[in-house]
Design a protein around this ligand. Structure first.
Ligand code: UN1
Length: 503
């Protein structure tokens, strides 16, 4: 069966209307072979506005549905995702080039957030606050916010939507989703799976969840629509720099999940076997195309020669190949642009004094239109040139350090602030890294890699990563508006701050 036939099989099994992917101007390619798998009609700005209008109508109904009942819809979505896990996971592998295990892992992440959000639907707690006035009570109430616009990237084509959608739905908000132009099919499939849950749920308003397909114009229509209360955007810092101010100009809210330049620090007391495996997955997994991918590594002088040659060996031997037909751990880059960006970064690294191991194209892994590469490890004399930037490809820049506080300073001396880790068995080093003067990232780990976060924690980062938080912990609060309520149950009217105003 060709990849295109396989796509069609999965999409029709999941109930996606063939008209949505058989004729149109947006061409979707599989990075596995480089072949075109679908042609999709695109949504114009007017069609996006119509979708937002439907969502705004849905909001007026959905906001009054009790939150635990809204949670029932998300519980059903979790059930439908469990049933569709193999198919959707395979479609993720076809469209994003992930290994089967990582494709399935991404769907598992969707199931996990549904479970989390279902429980959350009974836990949208507000505080009761002591008031200074007798006979008064003060509390806060969390209300649904409005239409949520989701803009997602190719590398986690479905999980990021589910983090946003599961929370948005239990919080009382409809969602309009613009997926990456590179991964529209997994979006149509996810929407079809949610449609099944909606059919079982029964009385949800129409327009609660919609997908709009297209490129920049489609995204801009979503970003600029004043009826979209929250724009949750995942992608490059360049994209975020445009989206953030545009939404702010109309006083909308954003959750921005932008670039990362994640690093690890390996200390003298580290368990090197464990560190090796964690670094390998963090830096080479998903072909270096996670926003949490480990891109920089600081290794203490005293263990550099014990660790780095082993890492270089792992890089030379890791299996690179077709994720659909082999058990390879490293699949393709998403497209030619990604390949060229990787090669350009490696050239710059070399020019800056780096020693490059690997990084070459693996031509026997797929046809000419597919871009498989051997992951690259680059020994750098210092943190300069391309090390300071995120290149969305499997390149790990390795540097030596002698003093931990200085290494932490270097670690923090980049524009992004998403994820970080330290490998040590020394409590003092671990706690320093996690302290206020330690890692400046939204995610700071000890003895695990930078990627592969669970959904229970808040996900996101600081500085040019954008500051947004999604997924677990209290990230739900970004999807609701807070009202502070003061209730006077006395017969008097005492004013706060002792103010007197007797008439
Ligand atoms: C992303 O790369 O956009 O922590 C999300 C991780 C995954 C999510 C990555 N759970 O690597």
């Amino acid at each position: 069966m060709t990849i295109t036939d396989d796509c069609t099989r999965i999409l029709s099994k999941l109930g996606v209307d063939a008209a949505l992917y058989t004729n149109g101007t947006l061409h979707s390619f599989s990075p596995v072979t480089g072949e075109r798998v679908a042609e999709l009609p695109q949504h114009s700005a007017a069609e996006v506005q119509a979708a937002v209008a439907r969502a705004a109508d849905a909001f007026r109904i959905w906001r009054d549905v009790p939150a635990p009942r809204r949670g029932e819809l998300v519980r059903l979505l979790g059930e439908e995702l469990r049933a569709a896990k193999d198919d959707l996971g395979r479609l993720v592998s076809i469209e994003a080039g992930k290994s089967p295990s990582e494709g399935a892992g991404e769907v598992q992440e969707m199931i996990d957030i549904c479970d989390f959000a279902t429980g959350l639907s009974r836990q949208l707690y507000g505080l009761t606050i002591a008031t200074e006035r007798p006979g008064h009570r003060m509390m806060e109430t969390w209300h649904p916010l409005g239409v949520v616009g989701v803009i997602s990237a190719f590398n986690f084509p479905v999980a990021v939507w589910s983090w946003n959608t599961a929370l948005a739905l239990v919080c009382g908000n409809p969602v309009v989703w613009k997926p990456s132009e590179k991964t529209p099919l997994t979006a149509l499939a996810s929407q079809a799976i949610l449609d099944r849950a909606l059919a079982r749920f029964g009385d949800a308003p129409e327009g609660l969840s919609q997908v709009v397909i297209g490129g920049r114009e489609t995204g801009e229509a979503l970003v600029d629509d004043p009826r979209v209360a929250l724009v949750s955007a995942t992608g490059s810092t360049r994209m975020g720099r445009q989206v953030g101010p545009r939404v702010a100009a109309r006083f909308g809210r954003t959750i921005l999940e932008l670039g990362g330049n994640n690093a690890g620090i390996v200390c003298p007391s580290a368990d090197l076997d464990m560190a090796l495996r964690a670094i390998a997955f963090g830096a080479m997994g998903t072909a270096g195309q996670r926003c949490t991918t480990m891109r920089r590594l600081f290794v203490h002088d005293s263990i550099y020669d014990a660790l780095v040659p082993r890492l270089i060996k792992a890089y030379a031997s890791v299996s690179v190949g077709n994720p659909l037909t082999t058990q390879a751990l490293v699949g393709p880059l998403v497209d030619r642009d990604a390949f060229e960006a990787m090669q350009a970064a490696l050239e710059q690294a070399q020019a800056a004094g780096g020693t490059v191991h690997g990084g070459e194209r693996v031509t026997d892994a797929g046809p000419g239109a597919a871009f498989y590469v051997r992951p690259a490890l680059v020994e750098m004399p210092s943190q300069t040139g391309p090390v300071l930037e995120e290149t969305f490809a499997p390149i790990l820049y390795v540097m030596r350090y002698a003093d931990l506080p200085a290494a932490i300073q270097e670690h923090n001396a980049v524009a992004a602030g998403l994820s970080s880790s330290i490998f040590t068995t020394d409590l003092r080093e671990a706690e320093l890294f996690l302290s206020a003067s330690g890692s400046d990232c939204g995610i700071a780990n000890v003895n695990i890699g930078t990627s592969g976060a669970e959904i229970g924690g808040a996900f996101g980062g600081e500085k040019e990563t954008g500051g947004g938080r999604e997924s677990g912990s209290d990230a739900w609060k970004a999807y609701m508006r807070r009202a502070t309520n003061t209730i006077n149950y006395s017969r008097a009217l005492p004013l706060a701050q002792g103010v007197v105003f007797d008439i």
